[in-house]
Design a protein around this ligand. Structure first.
Ligand code: DSN
Length: 441
């Protein structure tokens, strides 16, 4: 049957062209394999299957049972854990389910501050369920932008959290899960590792493994893991020893607690991604992500661009623009997009401006590595970013908050017509034309 092209198809074509032409530097984005995308658009999306293998509320789930079994067993074998739930719709529902399985409303949880690299669901106060329904205590980073374990220990001793979260979204350094474990033990807390950003690096041996230390591990599946948009919750041997019913509690927190029918196409795509992640080529992919991150960081630093904590030990880095002016992240992120490279503006530790007009840019290498780019391309991308910063660094964000929105509008119009930025965009397009959206290294 011929597919009738609609406006939506046209828009999808436009988005594909955008992704092909531009350089994606958002550290949480990646491009999945064609095999995985086939599965995502399969008939599996047609089926309802609330429940779990062998105990569904809907008939006709025999095949779905086998698919979910495959996804779970592949993940359990890849990570060496006795339990996994692959049904969470994404990271925030997965973290919610973990909290509802481990805590009662009003209990205390501890996580890294959002402004210092944590996630909204790690206890950000007032605006998230994690800060509204639980008593959230937040730790930060020290002068070197590393997690301040003295502070973590002191806060844990004082507040005795039920859950201690070791996780982040904009933290460029390795997580010391052993130190978190020691502090969790001293406080009697569950240790939950949110490894969403670094899962692919963990699998590839490029980041410390949380499995020996954490009780529960959460990961989204679409970042460095390079699977579909979704999430998984693992319980380790250690977690199961402490509470043999922990897996059941998490299952119940997902359904009936929070969700309805699992997204079966996503489940199948997780199974595909797990098989791919077990290949030697994936280990090489993880190594190249790290090499690329180091090369991009070096290229930026060689050109006088400052990085939070002066570098990276993972797939991501945060450019600190405060030496030019506070709140420059909005202008740089927009100008980078005009110049053919998309990233996201981000707070820097001790942000002097505001979360909406922050002073940093977050960059990551998972997606460019998936496209097959290596160190020479990273050197070039660093040079382009430095040129963009140089071009817009004098467009200072007004201190008067009421003038910021109009300033940004005017800045955007200027950037859209800027010959230097448009010149870089042409150079970028010449490079990206040589790289498909996905290739094995
Ligand atoms: N929004 C994700 C990220 O960009 O890191 C986290 O949820």
């Amino acid at each position: 049957m011929a597919i009738i092209k609609t406006d939506i198809h046209e828009l999808i074509d436009q988005e594909e062209q955008r992704q092909l032409r531009k350089i994606g530097l958002i550290p949480s984005e990646n491009n999945g394999s064609p095999e995985m995308h086939d599965v995502l658009s399969s008939c599996l999306s047609n089926k309802y299957s609330e429940g779990y293998e062998g105990r569904r509320y809907y008939e006709g789930s025999q095949v779905i049972d086998q698919i979910e079994y495959q996804a779970r067993t592949r993940i359990m074998s890849l990570f060496g854990v006795p339990y996994v739930n692959v049904q969470p719709y994404s990271g925030s529902p997965a973290n919610s389910a973990i909290y509802f399985a481990l805590m009662e409303p009003g209990d205390t949880l501890m996580g890294l501050k959002l402004a210092m690299g944590g996630h909204l669901t790690h206890g950000h106060p007032n605006v998230t369920f994690s800060g509204k329904y639980f008593n959230a205590v937040q730790y930060g980073v020290d002068d070197r932008a590393r997690i301040d374990f003295d502070e973590v220990r002191a806060l844990a001793k004082k507040h005795k959290p039920k859950v201690l979260i070791a996780g982040n979204t904009a933290y460029p350094f390795e997580m010391d899960f052993k130190k978190f474990r020691d502090i969790a033990d001293e406080a009697g807390a569950w240790l939950v590792a949110d490894i969403s950003h670094v899962t692919g690096l963990v699998v590839g041996g490029e980041h410390p493994d949380p499995v020996p230390y954490a009780d529960v591990i959460m990961s989204t599946t679409h970042k460095t893991f390079r699977g579909p948009r979704g999430a998984m919750i693992m319980v380790t041997e250690r977690g199961m020893e402490r509470d043999p019913s922990l897996g059941k509690k998490i299952d119940s927190a997902i359904i009936p607690g929070l969700q309805g029918g699992p997204h079966n196409a996503t489940t199948a795509a997780i199974a595909i991604a797990a098989e791919q992640a077990a290949r030697p080529e994936f280990t090489e992919y993880a190594k190249q992500i790290r090499r690329n991150a180091d090369a991009l960081a070096a290229s930026l630093k060689d050109r006088g661009v400052k990085l939070v904590g002066d570098g990276t030990e993972t797939h991501l880095m945060v450019v600190d623009l405060t030496s030019y002016s506070d709140g420059l992240g909005t202008q740089v992120a927009y100008a980078m997009d005009v110049a053919g490279m998309y990233a996201n503006r981000n707070t820097v530790p001790h942000e002097p401006c505001s979360p909406f007009y922050p002073s940093g840019i977050r960059l990551g290498t998972p997606l460019v590595t998936t496209r097959g780019m290596k160190e020479p391309e990273m050197e070039q991308i660093g040079e382009w970013i430095a040129r963009v910063i140089d071009r817009v660094k004098d467009h200072t964000m007004p201190e008067d908050k009421t003038k910021r929105s109009a300033f940004v509008k005017e800045f955007r119009a200027t950037a859209d017509a800027d010959s230097v930025l448009l010149g870089i965009e042409k150079e970028v397009a010449e490079l990206t034309a040589k790289f498909p959206l996905f290739q094995w290294l």
